[in-house]
Design a protein around this ligand. Structure first.
Ligand code: SF4
Length: 142
């Protein structure tokens, strides 16, 4: 394990990609960032503002045709080893937007997903559990 890996093992950065979500899942992600009761920082991680710093990426939304190329471009900017979480039923199966002409998802057609968090939207507790699972996967990849 490199020096950088050793010092970062307890403090992964989270990064959020909105792939055409209705914002319901994003509100729940904001809950885990802003509401003390569901504070994700207790797991040792924090949201960051740039893909280049990210370790764990949370993707919301069904991957619309309009935004697909941008989503894949930003995803490629996240350095390995990264762990990917699909948040909500939309990135997992298309959810209520399934079979729409405007949808290119599910997201795993283009991106390897490590953790699925179903729900529409998932509860903050489920999101915290999914992030805890992702942290364990991330530690194994370091
Ligand atoms: S899973 Fe539900 S809440 Fe989340 S983006 Fe899709 S429709 Fe919105």
């Amino acid at each position: 394990m490199s020096f950088l890996s050793k010092v970062s093992v307890r403090s992964p950065w989270l990064y959020r990609i909105n792939a055409g979500s209705c914002n319901g899942c994003d509100v729940e992600l904001a809950t885990t960032a802003l509401i003390p009761r569901y504070d994700v920082e207790r797991l040792g991680c924090q949201y960051c503002g740039t893909p280049k710093h990210a370790d764990i990426v949370l993707i919301t939304g069904p991957l619309t045709a309009r935004i697909k190329d941008k989503v894949l471009q930003v995803y490629q900017e996240i350095p390995d080893p990264k762990v990917t979480i699909a948040v909500g039923i939309c990135p997992i199966s298309g959810g209520v937007f399934r079979d729409s002409y405007a949808i290119e998802g599910p997201i795993d057609k283009y991106i390897d997903v490590d953790v699925n968090i179903p729900g529409c939207p998932p509860r903050p507790q489920a999101i915290l559990e999914g992030i805890a699972m992702a942290i364990e996967i991330w530690k194994q990849r370091l």
